[in-house]
Design a protein around this ligand. Sequence first.
Ligand SMILES: Nc1ncnc2c1ncn2[C@@H]1O[C@H](COP(=O)(O)OP(=O)(O)OP(=O)(O)O)[C@@H](O)[C@H]1O
Length: 257
Amino acid sequence: MNTILSATNVSKIYGKKGASTYTAIRNLSFSMKEGEFIGIMGPSGSGKTTLLNMIATLDPATEGDITINGVSLSAMDENGLSDFRSRQLGFIFQDFNLLETMNAFENIALPLSLQHIAAPQIQATVRQVAGLLGIHDILEKYPAELSGGQKQRTAIARALVHNPALLLADEPTGALDSKNAAALLNTLTELNRSQNASILMVTHDPLSASHCSRLLFIKDGAIAQELHSTGTREQFYRDILEVLGGMDRELVAGGRR
Ligand SMILES: Nc1ncnc2c1ncn2[C@@H]1O[C@H](COP(=O)(O)OP(=O)(O)OP(=O)(O)O)[C@@H](O)[C@H]1O
């Protein structure tokens, strides 16, 4: 299996040298194979969003390098990164980020329209992805006319339509009720299994995390622990709670020192 993502000795230091600086990610390395569903967990302020932003090509690493689909991010300039982002990455945001003035079809088509792909091909691709997500009958509707679940499926379709190498999700269930959260996680799991989609998801929620095949626990900007799903999802959920309990106990003990 191909390596889809590798981070090598990556550090992120906020602030200018000489002035006060803060090391949010320190010398972190990991790699991800095509078709993995990786979750990133960790306490507030541990560096999860910082790491995701670097992988998303939105913020450069201060040290080290990130390679996605064989391409080194540090070797590209702003234009190269922007082009790479729109072709190789798919984003699922907590609040969907659908454009209210466009209907579902146009929202889903956006990544393809930006790449100037011909209209007949856009039609065919959007309809195929909409079929995969069961939303082919709502394509003419505007976001205001969609249910929460339909908005979420539209957002996933938009993240997938250009067949990205890597799907990035930041707390994707954060704004959803438990029914829609479960539906979203089932959809991601299904995409991972049936389409071999590579998914990297930041989450605080142990239940969401239990859908992943592997979890990285970040603490103080470094990987403190890794957990693989080997048995059932229920067992994985229990293992996650155990690790989180251990991290909480350490934090409390650290606070008492
Ligand atoms: N632009 C910035 N300048 C300075 N420090 C920053 C900046 N962005 C983040 N930080 C600091 O880096 C650390 C990691 O932040 P980050 O947002 O990555 O944490 P997180 O794990 O995603 O937290 P949360 O779970 O609360 O979203 C925090 O201590 C934060 O204050």
